[in-house]
Design a protein around this ligand. Structure first.
Ligand code: BES
Ligand code: MN
Ligand code: MN
Length: 459
């Protein structure tokens, strides 16, 4: 077992620490917001930047078109057919930065304050993608070789559902063939506590539109005599849960594979307190499905959450109006073995049943991703445990996750390779929110952990 990182790699990373930070800041300055069409030029600029940095690290790199934002594919195949092939995945796109006035410093002008790198995309996922590129560079620059063949796939559509990536993976299955997949796009359970993920939730995302009269009406002349779309939508939304926080959509839990006693017991052993959980989030109380702890609610149970609502008059003062339409965005987090297609059917049937006369309701499925849960054994996970201990001087814990990375299920299905999810974020890092940050210590140790991982995988 390697107790410390190989001296040549450590020396390289130490000597290039400033360059690594300068370059990361360059990457963070590109506003690669995948959701907004005005950022299309920034997306291609960012893809080109990532390709250049892969080439500087010693990989060959191509920017490949998809139906949407391009994929960047880096490769180094010099370890030969006898050595394992690893695919590292990350995403260079980021979430929109709004609301801008809540940022202490501008989202695309990275700064370090109190050991934290503040910028949109710092932790999700540019910092974590980039630390992989630098770990690879440490090997190729010092030794001219890696112990494994390497494929690095950086996509630009993760934050909008990875709609084009499934087809990309299917079409390029031969080129992407590998023994292991490694992803850093998640968080550690606590500061100083390296973590390996054993589960992700899936997603089924809907837009619900309720249409009433052809146009807005005077609420005095018509109110009480015709349907109000906002009220109808509120009733539909209220019908998603019963009073115990169970989801009341017929058949919603049919495919849910319960966690075993052993899994629930292991979860109880983690250092978790509702009090800290609430302090980190700023939430007032731990509220949710009856009979489950907060961690179980987030890791092991599916949800149905309203992400946004729109209807009627929301400006200053009062306006007596009966709105013609109402809209909500609603997403369900899924757990094994639920599927987005099946939940879509059940959601549509439920809403149809809940639709009263006087309105039309349309439900559109915007995007989905399958849930994932893994058995963590085999050489990849053993190597990861040792590599994390090398960098963090602590044995990693196994944790679940409530978020989603849509492509993970596709990697497993198409490439048939085990997926290691090892993230370097931290609780409270504000991903998707104002003042997103990545711990600088984790950026620095993450580079070392991943440099150590490739040594640990040496056949
Ligand atoms: N990095 C996250 C996934 C994640 C979230 C991992 C929380 C660990 C903790 C990823 O970038 C993300 O935000 N995924 C989206 C997927 C969606 C847009 C299809 C999510 O979970 O909402
Ligand atoms: Mn991410
Ligand atoms: Mn994200």
């Amino acid at each position: 077992m390697t107790a410390t990182l190989a001296p040549d790699l450590e020396q390289f990373l130490a000597r290039n620490d400033k360059t690594a930070h300068d370059e990361l800041f360059e990457l963070l300055r590109i506003p690669s917001v995948s959701a907004r069409s005005e950022h299309i030029p920034d997306m291609t600029r960012c893809a080109d930047w990532v390709a250049r940095s892969m080439r500087a690290a010693g990989l060959t790199a191509e920017v490949l078109p998809t139906g949407g934002h391009p994929v960047v594919l880096g490769e180094w195949r010099g370890a030969g057919p006898g050595a394992p092939t690893v695919l590292v995945y990350g995403h260079y796109d980021v979430q929109p930065a709004e609301p801008l006035d809540l940022w202490t410093s501008p989202p695309f002008e990275p700064v370090i304050r109190d050991g934290r790198i503040y910028a949109r995309g710092s932790v999700d996922d540019k910092g974590q993608l980039f630390l992989h590129i630098k770990a690879i560079q440490a090997h190729l620059a010092t030794r001219r070789k890696l112990p494994v063949n390497m494929i690095v796939l950086a996509e630009g559509e993760e934050e909008v559902g990875s709609e084009n990536l499934e087809r990309f993976v299917e079409r390029n299955a031969a080129r992407l063939a590998c023994d292991y997949v490694v992803i850093s796009d998640s968080s550690m359970f606590a500061p100083g506590l390296p973590s390996i993920l054993s589960s992700l939730r899936g997603l089924a995302y809907f837009q619900i539109d309720v249409q009433g009269a052809a146009g807005d009406l005077h609420s005095g002349s018509y109110g009480g005599a015709v349907a109000n779309p906002a009220t109808v939508l509120a009733r539909i939304i209220a019908s998603f849960h019963d009073k115990n926080g169970h989801i009341a959509i017929k058949g919603f839990y049919d495919k849910v594979r319960p966690w075993t006693k052993a899994e629930r017991k292991a979860l109880k052993k983690l250092p978790f307190k509702d009090k800290t959980f609430l302090a980190e989030s700023g939430a007032m109380a731990a509220v949710g499905e009856k009979g489950f702890s907060s961690l179980e609610r987030v890791w092991a149970r599916p949800t149905c959450e309203v992400n946004g609502m729109l209807s009627g008059y929301t400006g200053e003062g009062a306006k007596t109006v009966l709105p013609a339409k109402a809209m909500a965005k609603v997403s369900c987090r899924l757990v094994p073995d639920q599927s987005p297609a099946d939940i879509e059917k059940k959601m549509k049937a439920h809403i149809k049943k809940m639709t009263p006369p006087g309105v039309t309701v349309t439900v559109e499925h915007l995007h989905g991703g399958r849930p994932w849960r893994a058995e963590l054994d085999g050489p990849l996970f053993d190597a990861a445990r040792r590599a994390l201990k090398t960098a963090f001087a602590k044995d990693p814990v196994i944790v679940g996750e409530g978020g989603s990375i849509p492509v993970v299920g596709d990697f497993e299905r198409v490439l048939k390779a085990p997926v290691l999810l090892v993230g370097f974020g931290l609780p409270g890092e504000n991903a998707h929110a104002p003042n997103e940050w990545m711990s600088d210590e984790n950026f620095v140790k993450g580079m070392r952990a991943m440099a150590a991982l490739w040594d640990e995988l040496r056949p």
